[in-house]
Design a protein around this ligand. Structure first.
Ligand SMILES: N[C@@H](CCSC[C@H]1O[C@@H](n2cnc3c(=O)[nH]cnc32)[C@H](O)[C@@H]1O)C(=O)O
Ligand SMILES: [Zn+2]
Length: 432
């Protein structure tokens, strides 16, 4: 048995109290085996956490990690124009090597900002899965389906690919990779494909994940055509099960909020993306009060433009208050839950809490920073003041992914170099 001890830190417990203790990790099982004083003697390796806050690893509930290659490629446009005029044409020119290079760049950034698990919708999934296996994070991956603008055969093929990828990669990387069936949204995928494939996804035992109610433009066509709200339509299509999860849920009405709560379907809130694309403000406080499980996600780096969940936490708190017109809405405690355990629950993972028997997925924050001083309330600091650069160590499944700000599973210089080359070649191909 090989044991890792994280020593002398302040440990953020599931009840959000903070205690001084060591954390002992069984590297073989990838689980936390003890939390308490003086555990260093039981370990064959230690990670110093003096003057540091030990938290669960952050769980990025909705991402398109390979879009890191398109960071800054197109900004300052609303969703529909941004996708149709810029992003989709560029994505049409991406090779599997480009996706791999973009994924590695995004994974590097995520490890450096303390993220240990994420859900991701994209294409060329075998390349992304391979990068995830190397990088050492946990992920729920899926092939995103778009059928609008495609002929019947191509559309059906896209949906079938999503199902097959979900079947093939579930349980990959020693179980660190799980999957989902991922229609892009309720307006970009025709109902005939949902009718045909959602039952197959259910039979394969994988959840369904999609963008929902992100903009008004996604709501109106469904209401006009079907006479029901988008999430009522999703329920009719069998896409509102407890294991399913939707990204955004910005423009949801009271009926839809109740529907989500009753169904037990989780929501991934993506505040930065919603602000940048001016999509709107999700009613997060109302969702929480209704009993909906809410996680947090960065969305892709082209609509954020970084993959820092600590930024997302602060944005969620700020935007939640503005949306509710109430400074007590979406408080720091709720945000820290959304950043960790709730996000994990939404995407169907066990991580997100520091307790014996839980997966050893954690991040260690350096508290010796002016912006984290004085330590009146570390839950407040995590939500409002901590930044990606404060993360010292990242551990996932009992393995050290980053030690003292040095990523051990990826070669940082090489990953950046590859991404630079791929991005330059892509621009030359797309823009001439
Ligand atoms: N197979 C599809 C690709 C879908 S992957 C998922 C898609 O979501 C897109 N995307 C990224 N961010 C957002 C967002 O905020 N809302 C909706 N779509 C997004 C992303 O660019 C990518 O094209 C095809 O043939 O086009
Ligand atoms: Zn998205």
């Amino acid at each position: 048995m090989t044991m890792l001890a994280i020593t002398e830190g302040r440990i953020l417990r599931p009840d959000l109290s903070v205690t001084a203790a060591d954390v002992l990790i069984d590297r073989d099982s990838g689980e936390i085996s003890a939390i308490g004083p003086d555990l260093a003697g039981d370990a064959d390796e230690t990670l110093d956490a003096a003057n540091s806050l030990v938290t669960p690893g952050y769980v990025n509930g909705h991402c398109h990690v390979a879009m890191s290659l398109l960071r800054g490629y197109a900004d300052d446009k609303p969703l529909d124009a941004w996708l149709q005029e810029d992003i989709w044409p560029a994505e049409g020119a991406l090779t599997s090597d480009d996706v791999r290079a973009g994924a590695e760049l995004g994974l590097l950034e995520m490890i450096k900002s303390g993220i240990t698990a994420f859900a991701d919708m994209y294409f060329h999934i075998p390349d992304i899965a391979d990068a995830v296996e190397t990088a050492g994070l946990r992920a729920r991956l899926g092939h995103g389906i778009v059928t609008v603008g495609k002929d019947g055969d191509a559309a059906r093929e896209d949906a079938r690919t999503s199902l097959e990828i979900a079947r093939e990669f579930d349980g990959a990387a020693d179980g660190r990779i799980s999957t989902a069936f991922m229609p892009h949204s309720l307006t970009t995928v025709g109902s005939e494909y949902l009718d045909e494939f959602v039952p197959d996804a259910r039979a394969a035992g994988v959840p369904v994940h999609y963008h929902a109610n992100e903009t008004e433009d996604e709501v109106a066509p469904i209401v006009d055509e079907r006479g029901v709200r988008p999430l009522e339509y999703a329920a009719e299509m069998g896409m509102l099960e407890p294991e399913d999860f939707v990204a955004h849920a910005v423009h949801v009405d009271d009926t839809e909020i109740d529907l989500l709560a009753e169904a037990g379907t989780g929501v991934v809130h993506c505040p930065a993306s919603n602000m940048k694309l001016a999509s709107g403000m999700a009613p997060v406080q109302q969702l929480l009060e209704a009993g909906v499980t809410v996680g947090l996600g960065t969305d892709g780096a082209a609509s954020n433009n970084d993959l820092s969940m600590l930024d997302e936490a602060r944005d969620a708190a700020m935007l939640g208050k503005l949306a509710a017109d109430d400074a007590s809405a979406v408080p720091a405690e709720a945000v820290v839950d959304m950043l960790t355990g709730e996000s994990a629950a939404v995407i169907g993972l066990e991580s997100g809490r520091l307790e014996v028997g839980a997966p050893a997925d954690l991040a260690v924050i350096d508290l010796e920073q002016p912006h984290l001083t004085p330590p009146h309330d570390l839950v407040s600091h995590l939500t409002y003041a901590a930044a990606a650069a404060d993360v010292r160590h990242t551990v996932c499944d009992g393995r050290i992914l980053m030690r003292d700000r040095e990523v051990l599973t990826l070669d940082e210089a090489a990953v950046r170099e590859n991404a630079l080359e791929a991005a330059e070649a892509l621009s030359a191909r797309v823009d001439g």
